[in-house]
Ligand binder design. Structure first.
Ligand code: G3P
Ligand code: MG
Length: 247
């Protein structure tokens, strides 16, 4: 299988937009990242009860909106009535939960790129992976910065690969186990996104020697980012772009 590759990535990728500075996974967050000269952002997506793709990290609405209950039981129309900014700061009152298409349009307008993290609600891994990959393949792969997907869920990545093999994929991990290479190969992933504290210079070398692109998350310390980048990590995903070394 030829592995689809994202374009060359910048050293800094904004986490959930720029979640240290603006409400996560919102258009305001994308705007904030842009204002901070961030060229790519990571955000999380999942399906609503009526199978619409929205930006949201948690499986329920409680933390990042003024709603309550599981995302998987709420329709897009219900979710659109919620405020997704006020919890962060009164300055962001009125911010809505965006759809994937709205986020992609906001990025395209600014010439920015997206690492779309597939974050399925429990029990919806395969359908979420397939839906996200198809949506990106159908509408968003032709710009100058074509997006790529990532996930902790191998079931989501396998479904994404089967539904739209041309959309580049990345595997996320919170553990560094010997079987990672086999998983990457099986899922046809281009990049391996590893939890910051698991990364050593030797592991970066291993990933690169295996032909994969190492990325680190979530890195909020500038000195640590500098170290990771000096070892050959391609990009660090950060909630605080302002703390990162300048290009
Ligand atoms: O994609 C990197 C990072 O976002 C993974 O963790 O929980 O912030 O989505 P989380
Ligand atoms: Mg994420």
């Amino acid at each position: 299988m030829t592995i689809p590759q994202p374009p060359a990535l910048p050293r800094i990728i904004g986490h959930r937009g720029a979640m240290g500075h603006a409400p996560e996974n919102t258009l305001a967050g994308i705007g904030k990242a842009a204002a901070m000269s961030v060229r790519w952002v990571e955000f999380d997506v999942k399906l609503t009860a009526d199978n619409q793709i929205i930006l949201m990290h948690d499986d329920d609405l409680n933390r990042t909106t003024d709603g309550k209950g599981p995302v998987a039981r709420a329709t897009l129309e219900e979710i659109r009535r919620l405020d997704a900014g006020r919890w962060f700061s009164a300055d962001y009152t009125g911010e809505k939960v965006p759809t994937l298409d709205e986020a992609m349009a906001a990025l395209a307008e600014r010439g920015m790129g997206a690492n779309v993290e597939i974050k399925p609600c429990k029990g919806r891994a395969a359908e979420t992976g397939a839906a996200v990959a198809k949506a990106l393949a159908n509408r968003w792969m032709n710009g100058p910065q074509p997006p790529f997907v990532s996930s902790f869920s191998t079931a989501s990545l396998a479904a994404a690969r089967d539904a739209a093999p041309q959309v580049p994929r990345a595997l996320l991990t919170l553990v560094y186990l010997p079987g990672w290479g086999a998983k990457m190969e099986q899922l046809g992933c281009a990049s391996f996104h590893v939890l910051d504290r698991l990364i050593t210079e030797r592991r970066v070398r291993q990933i690169r020697e295996a032909g994969y692109r190492p990325l680190a998350f979530t890195v909020d310390n500038g000195a640590r980012a500098k170290e990771l980048l000096s070892w050959g990590v391609e990009s660090v995903i950060t909630s605080y772009p302002d703390r990162m070394p300048k290009d």
